[in-house]
Design a protein around this ligand. Sequence first.
Ligand code: ADP
Length: 182
Amino acid sequence: MYKLIIFGPPGVGKGTQAAQIASKLGLFHLSTGEYLRKAVEEKTELGIKAKEIIDRGELVPDEIMIGIVKDALEKNITPEGFILDGFPRTIKQAEELEKIFEEIGHKDITILSLNADAEEIFRRLLKRGRSDDSEETIKNRLEVYEKTTAPVLSFYDGKHNIININGLGGIEEIYKRIILSL
Ligand code: ADP
């Protein structure tokens, strides 16, 4: 059973790689970003609230995100396992996720830490052109990442297995690196 968290800065390719890994290995893929974008599209109560936050490059409140992830993980216990993408993004989320794992009985989580340099990331995000990919929003997201999300990796240090993956190169090349490291 694969129990994976894909981790890294915005624009590093987490979503692309997570989708491939999930489809090839038959895992449940939970992308909190995708989940929120769907809610925005459907104009649900969550979507209306989340849209402004996302477009500013800020984070949706922890309590909301934790509720979503808890619910999804409880409902989707596939024998092949899961990959989390975009969560946890704060220490609080990471702490609560530990509790959820404990409740469900998940041990031995693997963190796939995808890395790329800041310039490459900035270039990729500008090219992507999502509504939250304006220059100003990107700058804020990268700041939020450094300040609030990057410390999550230290939180996992010594707790779970962390695998560092070079996120530079072609999609297939990076995918192979990941698969070979699992
Ligand atoms: P990227 O990794 O490229 O920044 P995502 O699709 O993961 O994009 O997330 C898009 C936006 O959705 C984030 O900038 C944030 O506003 C919101 N979001 C996604 N996941 C979380 C989370 N775990 N906690 C808070 N906000 C989140």
